[in-house]
Design a protein around this ligand. Structure first.
Ligand code: GLN
Length: 360
């Protein structure tokens, strides 16, 4: 049954649509993603914790839901905004429809929204605080909840998605890496397992000594939600480990590594979320099409006097997309080489991880 739902934005906008998924009220930062596919991977990506996801592509749900595509145990985004949803999916792997998927994980969805207009608004204004209600609520009350919520910059979101205790996956693999888990995606773990690298996922607050006790050959600092400056413990751990082991970072991981060496982080106006972001390698001139999902970036000027070099840039806005330490085997990317969703063009990042680990 279609029921009326509302979306409120901090600038006072109230949009009405049809509710789907779970009947509830959720707040979050409203962000848009431009991929034509990948709603299952994105909704289950822990980096979307604290955010209400809007797809710019107008039809969602048409190929259904499969657990094979999950990037974590369930939906991590706070809500889903779409133009049109389809609940009669067609795909050989599909196990349920979008409505039941959201309902199962107690997440509200709103359809019938003019997502094109809303995207333009966000591009102009920047990402905004918002709220979705699939329950009955007065406009004023929903606006109040919207405005009163904490800014995403000041939320501790990594704590909500990081593992609670160390977890070993692939004990019998030839190599071993520790993943400093800030909200790892399954595809990243699988990319290492595929290369015979077993992993120990450790909580993001785990210190140097405990990590070394696992006798890893390298460390991966994972992607994850929210503001990297809220996880200073992880930056300290990176610094402590930096002369001992190769360190690789993905997205939030890159931001944490750059903070460890003294770079500055800025909030972007509306971020990069999509599966066709062009990234240029400054050494080879090669351009890759990458999967991205971030709203913070490091200030390139703050890298001038620290031992970190920017090795890759985004061709849309020239923001840093890859880093390397001047002397140590420390490498990171702002995009998602593990894909899920998106292209596999930068899968070789994990080959480099393996080579670096073997040679160290
Ligand atoms: N995918 C990620 O790791 C996101 C990193 C960080 N939360 C950002 O928004 O910039």
């Amino acid at each position: 049954m279609l029921k009326e739902a509302k979306l409120a934005l901090e600038d006072g906008t109230i949009l009405k649509g049809e509710g789907f998924g779970f009947e509830t009220i959720k707040t979050g930062e409203v962000v848009f993603a431009t991929g034509m596919t990948g709603y299952v991977e994105s909704l289950t990506d822990p980096s979307y914790k604290g955010q209400i996801l809007m797809s710019t592509y107008p039809l969602q749900g048409n190929y259904g839901i499969s657990r094979e595509w999950f990037q974590s145990e369930g939906i991590k985004a706070e809500g889903f905004i779409v133009r049109e949803q389809n609940n009669y999916p067609s795909h050989r792997l599909s196990q349920e429809n979008l409505n039941d998927f959201l309902e199962e994980f107690e997440v509200p969805g709103i359809s019938g929204i003019d997502t094109r207009a809303l995207t333009l608004k966000i591009r102009e204004h920047g990402a905004m605080k918002g709220a979705i209600s699939t329950e009955e609520i007065e406009d004023d009350e929903l606006l109040k909840l919207t405005k009163e919520q904490t800014e995403i910059q000041n939320m501790d979101l990594v704590d909500k998605v990081s593992v609670k205790k160390p977890t070993i996956i692939g004990e019998d693999n030839k190599h071993r890496a520790v993943i400093l888990d800030c909200g790892i995606k399954k595809n990243s773990i699988n990319a290492l397992l595929k290369r015979d690298i077993g992993v120990v996922l450790v909580p993001y607050k785990t210190g140097y000594k405990e990590i070394m006790d696992y006798d890893p050959e390298a460390v991966l600092v994972s992607s994850g939600p929210g503001n990297p400056t809220r996880v200073t413990e992880a930056a300290q751990t990176v610094l402590d480990l930096s002369t001992k082991l190769p360190i690789f970072g993905i997205c939030l991981g890159q931001q944490i590594i750059s903070l460890a060496f003294g770079a500055k982080i800025n909030k972007m106006k509306f971020g990069h979320r999509g599966i066709n972001q062009p990234v240029k390698d400054l050494k080879t001139g090669k351009v890759s099409i990458t999967s991205q999902n971030h709203g913070f970036t490091l200030d390139p000027n703050s890298c001038k006097d620290i031992p970190i070099n920017i090795t890759q840039i985004n061709l849309n806005d020239h923001t840093p997309e890859g880093l390397e330490h001047e002397e140590l085997p420390i490498v990171s990317v702002q995009y998602h080489p593990e894909a899920g969703p998106g292209p596999h063009d930068s899968d070789s990042y994990f080959d480099r991880f393996l080579e670096t680990l073997k040679n160290y």
